[in-house]
Design a protein around this ligand. Structure first.
Ligand code: C2E
Ligand code: CA
Ligand code: CA
Length: 693
């Protein structure tokens, strides 16, 4: 229903007033009546009529004056005033227009003329108001509006346009719209846009433009083509809104939906999305990518018995530690519950992933301090490799998960590859290496002692200290497995020092028990011996233990001794002067220069087991062993035969005047306690060592 116009009728003559009102009402208008000018002005302010019909001649305030006053009111601008004059004289007409009247009509009133005049005046009012409204919209909307001509030359812009683009209307009007081009879109984008505009008269979409400042910004734009009477395009109108803010909030939305609120890590969704993108890249670059799925062991128990607050706290702390091991360009996410996912780009070898997994296990090993409690928690890790274990993120994560469950079955706190092959051989090595690093701190090393027996008297005269690794899962690990690894990683240094210290302390402990003093032999690695402060280390350990240095024998192989001969000579001399004994280990397997050996202050030659093994069957080996013994004796060295396992071998050594024997025949390397028992028995029996079968 159209709005009903209100007409204010002003006449001092009551009959005329009434008749005009009746007539207008019959024509569908609402009316108000005023008796004189003064009342008219008051009424105008109260009622805001759409049109005023004003008699010119009235008492108190005439029509001209009242018209003038009304026109001074702020809201009267778009309200026409029609004067009703008695006379059609020029003077009255001039006065009416001068007072601001829009039109006039003469008395006596011609009703048909009145009807038409009112009708047209009000139509104009309506049109003007609409225009005013659209102008208001144009001026005040937050959307930028650009009107161009058919050649896209800007005709007018609104304030929002200026606010968004930074161009004042003076700077924009008269210029082509290409001034706003961002350069972000190619030619075909604009071609398509113009095609659509010309074909259908409309185009809508996201488009990047450039602000006056040079900054690019995204906008949502709606373009319309305006056609003239003969259907030719006369104008284009663009309405657009700045999407910068929307994009920002979109980003935070993604942040919220892609994020885990507890740990502030990306969540499963984000992990999948980003990994998928990552794999596409890796495929192009032909790179290997690793995915590591980690599930905390015993987390459920913690969570259920100690409460969810504590569980949450633990997850946050776990996340913090995991963040510290994220590889370059890698990605850590909380997949849900107590499961985390780690994406590792650029994996050269599967071993890289094994190392990373071990690193993760190591950093989770230290206890967590949460709410004044110390919690220990392990993790089970599954590893999947792109592209072998899956070409897409779903397969890859699923397979890594499978591997993770496998790790759980394996007794937790370990990692497994999805590919079984990778779990053995080289991986076993990696696992070992990882745990070797912490073995010393965790006190997992132990020295075993193997008897060295005087061949003439059968007395126990010495012990070779041989290191053992008490691995928490694998049990005893033989030195052949971990010593080379320890040498590669440098761990041999702290390890060797530990062995030296323990052996010295043990020898002192035995003599403190009242047992006869016994020589302990400690093996040295090349790396250890080459350490610049090696001598000081030995000195310190000997002093600290209080061992008489003559009971300490240092074993080094020919190849170590032959490294840097001058250095060896100096070091051995110093050690010898300190009172330590020096043994050449595995003699016969290296290519020692005898003349140098002669120069070195050596006490003992240990004939390698490989010659001893065959000396009773192989005449060549027999000859070699005999030569070694002869040579040693000529240099005034004591000779120890290593690896004597049988009675014939022992007899061979007796017959050839070997000095001492070390081998399974007299005893395997044994824990210190067992060795002490042997020593004690010897003390009580006053001699001979019991043979072990
Ligand atoms: P090695 O110095 O030649 O030590 C003697 C090895 O021969 C020991 O092996 C010992 O158990 C073994 N053996 C002794 N008697 C017999 C026998 O009658 N028959 C046979 N078949 N074997 C016998 P183990 O304990 O496995 O040690 C292997 C090597 O590891 C040692 O060879 C030594 O080079 C190295 N090693 C052991 N402990 C240490 C250490 O504390 N520091 C360093 N640097 N190396 C060590
Ligand atoms: Ca040895
Ligand atoms: Ca040896």
């Amino acid at each position: 229903m159209p709005t009903q116009f209100l007409i204010l009728v002003v006449d001092d003559d009551a009959v005329t007033r009434l008749m005009i009102c009746r007539f207008l009402e019959r024509n569908g208008y609402a009316t108000k009546a005023a008796e004189h000018g003064r009342e008219a002005v008051e009424m105008f302010q109260k009622q805001s009529p759409d049109l005023v019909l004003m008699d010119a001649k009235m008492p108190l305030m005439d029509g001209f004056l009242a018209c003038e006053e009304i026109k001074r009111l702020p809201r009267s601008k778009h309200t026409p005033v029609m004067m009703i004059t008695g006379l059609e004289d020029d003077d009255s007409v001039d006065r009416a227009f001068a007072a601001g009247a829009t039109d006039f009509i003469t008395k006596p009133i011609h009703w048909a003329i009145l009807r038409n005049r009112v009708k047209y005046l009000l139509r104009a009012v309506e049109a003007e108001r609409k225009l005013h409204l659209s102008d208001r919209v144009f001026q005040s909307t937050s959307e930028g509006i650009v009107v161009t001509d058919a050649k896209a030359v800007i005709q007018s812009v609104n304030p929002a346009f200026s606010q968004i683009t930074g161009y004042h209307s003076d700077e924009a009007v008269g210029r082509h719209t290409r001034m706003l081009k961002s350069g972000n879109h190619d030619l075909s984008f604009y071609e398509k846009m113009w095609d659509a505009l010309i074909q259908s008269g409309k185009w809508q979409g996201e488009i990047w433009n450039r602000r006056k400042s040079g900054e690019l910004y995204p906008q949502w734009a709606s373009f319309s083509a305006i056609r003239g009477p003969s259907d030719e395009i006369t104008n284009y109108v663009a309405v657009f809104s700045d999407l910068t803010a929307a994009k920002e909030s979109e980003k935070t939305l993604v942040h919220i939906t892609g994020h885990d609120g507890l740990t502030d890590l990306p969540n499963r969704l984000a992990f999948f999305e980003r990994t998928q993108k990552f794999l596409a890249d890796a495929r192009r670059r032909q790179e290997r990518v690793g995915v590591l799925m980690l599930d905390l062991d015993r987390f459920k128990v913690v969570n259920e018995t100690m409460g969810h607050n504590l569980g949450d706290g633990l997850l946050v702390e776990v996340a913090k530690r995991l963040i510290s091991v994220i590889p370059d360009r890698g990605l850590l996410a909380r997949m849900g519950g107590d499961e985390f996912g780690l994406l590792c780009p650029c994996v050269q070898e599967p071993e890289d992933m094994a190392l990373l997994a071990q690193k993760v296990l190591n950093i989770l090993e230290a206890p967590f301090d949460i709410q004044d409690m110390e919690l220990f928690i392990g993790a089970s890790i599954g590893i999947g490799l792109f592209p072998m274990d899956g070409m897409d993120v779903n397969t890859l994560v699923r397979n890594a998960d499978t591997a993770m469950y496998h790790a759980k079955e394996q007794g937790r706190n370990n990692f497994q590859f999805y590919r079984d092959k990778l779990n053995t051989s080289s991986m076993a090595r990696m696992i070992l290496e990882g745990s070797l690093r912490s073995a010393l701190d965790r006190n997992e090393f132990e020295l075993f002692y193997q008897p060295q027996v005087d061949i003439q008297s059968g007395a126990l005269v010495g012990a070779e200290a041989l290191i053992r690794w008490n691995h928490p899962e694998r049990g005893m690990v033989s030195p052949g497995e971990f010593i080379p690894m320890a040498e590669e990683t440098g761990l041999i240094l702290p390890m060797g020092r530990w062995a030296l210290r323990s052996a010295c302390q043990r020898a002192v402990a035995w003599s403190n028990e009242g047992l006869p003093p016994i020589r302990v032999a400690v093996n040295l690695s090349g790396l250890q011996f080459r350490q610049p402060d090696f001598i000081e280390i030995v000195e310190r350990e000997v002093q600290r233990s209080g061992l008489d240095p003559q009971y300490l024998e240092l074993e080094l192989t020919e190849s170590i001794a032959m490294g840097d001969v001058e250095e060896t000579f100096d070091k051995l001399k110093t050690l010898s002067e300190m009172g330590c004994q020096i043994a050449i280990d595995d003699f016969g397997t290296g290519f020692s220069s005898l003349s140098y050996l002669k120069r070195f202050p050596i006490d003992t030659l240990k004939i390698d087991r490989s010659f001893v093994r065959n000396c009773t069957e192989d005449s060549e080996d027999a000859a070699i062993v005999k030569t070694f013994i002869g040579l040693a004796h000529s240099l005034k060295l004591r000779v120890i035969a290593e690896g004597v396992e049988t009675e014939p071998q022992r007899l061979f050594m007796v017959q050839n005047s070997c000095d001492e024997i070390q081998g399974y025949l007299y005893g395997r390397p044994m824990p210190a306690g067992e060795f002490q028992k042997m020593l004690t028995e010897q003390l009580h029996n006053g001699g001979g060592v019991h043979l072990t079968p």
